[in-house]
Design a protein around this ligand. Structure first.
Ligand SMILES: Nc1nc2c(c(=O)[nH]1)N[C@H]1C(S)=C(S)[C@@H](COP(=O)(O)OP(=O)(O)OC[C@H]3O[C@@H](n4cnc5c(=O)[nH]c(N)nc54)[C@H](O)[C@@H]3O)O[C@H]1N2
Ligand SMILES: Nc1nc2c(c(=O)[nH]1)N[C@H]1C(S)=C(S)[C@@H](COP(=O)(O)OP(=O)(O)OC[C@H]3O[C@@H](n4cnc5c(=O)[nH]c(N)nc54)[C@H](O)[C@@H]3O)O[C@H]1N2
Ligand SMILES: [Mo]
Length: 642
């Protein structure tokens, strides 16, 4: 008998698509987009279409493994959990700070909140702080608005002009693509600002490719041109914004030619864009994660927020500077339990290698769920070495990826098709159900069941509760607003407290109640300036983060290079070269592109080191100055003949 079960994709992606799982007997046959979903409206991305292959891939590990003399051996859950709890219990009593919990970004569901609670109940264990995903944007926008809230996707339809800034919707934003199409059909321009010539460029009316990391200068130059034309939103700036004098001083302190030189754009192009902003409003600025991965990301993001204010975009239908949503917004964060351990040690996730090397007392036990830090964190060689040195590692996941290979105990996790849960999104405000479609494969267990089992073994009072009970506790704030769990399970519901158009009353949860204009410019931070190319290790179309099937890794990673530069260096199309810097080197195959900026190369992120496909052997572990994010795109490399 064929059944269709409503569920949603839980991976780190702004779309969080509602899905229909087609199931026959207990077998997942296919995933399709849920046509009743107001967000993806039946659409589905190629990665989700292929996901059933991931569920059933023969390389998926579906039994617990314990490493004996360097080799993994199949074990029972009891054996694995006995080993884990024996170690945990001993350290929790004597040196809880030597226990580290690392929670990755692969699954962003409601019930994941209980994972960290377990470690908080155990004592002052060590956890991570900072993020490898979107921290910089949230941190920067919180400074300007008091709280980052974006315009609903449906409101973008009201825009007169959309500016996609550091975002690659052809790859990462399935739900934005119909909006882009519809705006263009209505004759409203969509401008892309991205140093890289991406697959999104053909979807847009115009593509501007500034020097990487220099967008703040572009935003400030645009603001100056709008002021000079006397077309700024005077009412908002004078009544509802703070720091106007300092901001204007900063804007006028540098002329157009100088700013244009910083971002390596033609002054005439900046003038043209300024004219579009003045004539085509309301303007929606839609920011991507490419802007997050720089030490001075906050300056970029805040100067675009300020440009939005100058352009009259804030709190206006069809306007806004939209960057994302808080995916844990509908849930009760106190379940996380961090306030139980205010004085505990926290290691920066983006600097994990260095942090582990320097940790005193050293970390002795690491548990990793839903993450593959060796492939995903910057400075992979250091991360791998530091994790290897830690005496005992437990990894819960799906495959023997680079991180799992280092584990002493591997615990087989379910995929979202095998679980009941709820998920919200950082790209929209629709809460989606995760309804179990099939039984867990082999002996796989959800993280939830794993932590309940650990909690039971360690007698953690008040922690071991049925799934349903935890879900209702976590969803407390949403249930209180009148959305029932049953409604969510039946398909989903919008978060009632998130407006289509935020800040329409022009009141902000900042100290003064006003919008904060950026006061102080900082030039783009430079690292490794002597190396020739900026390394853009961006999201590829074919896979998501490091979720690649063992059989589907490329034989060799491509490195896209400007054609003229490659010729000057003596490289041919298809040639294998070393991409290198002070951190490491990677063999890659040259792809020539005549239109790419000459000062950068592009290599897709997510590949595994065990297949020589990990670009993060070349990325610097650098923190963003605001939001504790990761400045991946600030890394620089050279190319060399093999
Ligand atoms: N297919 C696929 N989809 C994905 C992912 C994936 O790996 N594969 N990853 C998911 C995740 S985890 C996330 S966080 C999102 C990310 O979604 P996106 O933000 O769309 O992805 P990125 O590739 O990180 O960056 C977007 C663009 O920013 C550009 N960029 C980099 N630096 C700058 C800069 O200084 N200025 C400007 N203007 N642009 C810059 C890059 O060239 C890139 O094309 O996508 C999600 N979706
Ligand atoms: N060079 C470079 N590197 C980057 C980026 C970049 O722009 N450039 N972007 C970064 C970004 S935005 C992100 S979000 C990160 C993502 O990096 P990570 O946080 O490492 O996440 P993933 O690679 O998606 O997943 C890792 C593993 O989690 C396991 N998993 C999936 N679901 C579950 C589950 O429910 N439970 C358990 N226990 N395991 C599960 C899967 O086996 C998967 O292999 O990568 C970052 N890395
Ligand atoms: Mo991400």
């Amino acid at each position: 008998m064929t059944r269709f079960i409503k569920t949603a994709c839980v991976r780190d992606c702004p779309n969080t698509c509602s899905l229909l799982a087609k199931v026959e007997g207990d077998k997942l046959i296919a995933l399709t987009g849920d046509p009743q979903s107001p967000t993806n409206q039946g659409r589905i991305c190629p990665k989700c279409v292929r996901y059933p292959r991931r569920v059933y891939d023969p390389a998926r590990v579906i039994y617990p493994l314990i490493k004996v003399n360097g080799e993994f051996q199949r074990a029972s859950w009891d054996q694995a959990l006995d080993l884990v709890t024996e170690r945990l219990a001993k350290l929790a009593q004597t040196q809880p700070e030597t226990i580290l919990y690392y929670q990755g970004f692969a699954s962003r569901t409601a019930l994941k909140l209980v994972n960290r609670r377990f470690f908080n109940l155990l004592g002052p264990t060590t956890v991570t702080k900072g993020t490898i995903c979107g921290g910089a944007g949230q941190g920067a926008q919180d400074l300007d608005y008091g709280n980052r809230i974006s315009h609903d996707l449906r409101d973008h339809e009201n825009s007169g002009l959309m500016i996609l800034w550091g975002r690659n919707p052809a790859v990462s934003s399935l739900n934005l693509r119909p909006v882009i199409k519809s705006l263009r059909e209505k004759g409203r321009p969509v401008v892309l600002i991205d140093p890289v010539l991406t697959a999104s460029a053909p979807l847009c009316s115009w593509h501007l490719a500034p020097r990487p990391g220099t967008d703040a200068d572009l935003a400030l130059a645009l603001a100056r041109l709008i002021f000079e034309a006397g077309r700024e939103d005077k009412e908002f700036l004078s009544q509802r914004a703070d720091n106007l004098v300092a901001y204007q001083e900063m804007v006028f302190s540098v002329d157009l030619a100088t700013r244009a030189a910083v971002c390596d754009l033609a002054p005439a192009d900046i003038v043209k864009l300024a004219q579009m902003i003045m004539e085509r409003g309301p303007v929606s600025f839609v920011l991507g994660w490419g802007l997050h991965r720089w030490q001075n990301s906050h300056i970029t993001m805040r100067s675009i927020d300020a440009l939005g204010a100058v352009a009259g975009s804030i709190g206006v239908p069809g306007g806004g500077v939209s960057q994302g949503f808080e995916e844990y917004q509908p849930f009760d964060w106190s379940v996380w339990g961090d306030e139980l351990q205010p004085d505990r040690r926290r290691l920066f996730m983006p600097l994990l290698g260095e942090e582990l090397d320097q940790a005193q007392p050293p970390v002795k036990f690491i548990l990793i769920t839903a993450g593959n830090p060796v492939a995903s964190l910057p400075d992979a060689n250091r991360v791998k070495a530091a994790l290897s040195r830690a005496p005992f590692k437990v990894v819960a996941g799906h495959f023997l990826d680079d991180t799992a290979l280092l584990a002493d105990v591997f615990l087989p996790a379910t995929t979202f098709l095998e679980e009941d849960d709820v998920v919200a999104s950082y790209g929209h405000s629709y809460i989606c159900p995760i309804n179990q479609a099939i039984s867990p494969l082999g002996e796989c267990r959800s993280d939830f069941d794993l932590f309940m089992a650990l909690g039971a073994r360690l007698n953690l009072a008040d922690y071991v509760k049925p799934r349903e009970e935890w879900l209702r506790l976590i969803l407390g704030p949403t249930l209180k607003m009148g959305v029932s769990l049953e409604t969510i399970r039946a398909g989903g519901a919008y978060q009632p407290d998130i407006p289509h158009v935020p800040y329409q009353d022009k009141r902000f949860p900042t100290q003064s109640g006003k919008f904060n204009l950026l006061e102080r410019y900082e030039p783009p931070a430079v690292y490794d300036a002597d190396r020739r190319f900026a390394l853009m290790s961006t999201a590829p179309k074919e896979w998501l983060c490091s979720e690649i099937l063992p059989g589907e890794h490329l034989k060799i990673l491509p490195v896209t290079v400007n054609e003229a530069v490659a010729r000057e260096l003596g490289f041919q199309e298809g040639e294998e070269v070393w991409v290198h810097n002070g951190l490491g080197r990677l063999k890659a195959q040259v792809r020539l592109n005549p239109q790419l900026r000459p000062d950068l190369v592009v290599i897709p992120r997510g590949g595994w080191g065990q297949y020589d496909c990990n670009v993060n052997v070349l990325t610097q572990a650098l923190l963003t100055k605001v939001g504790s994010g990761t400045a991946y795109y600030q890394s620089r490399v050279d190319l060399a003949k093999i």
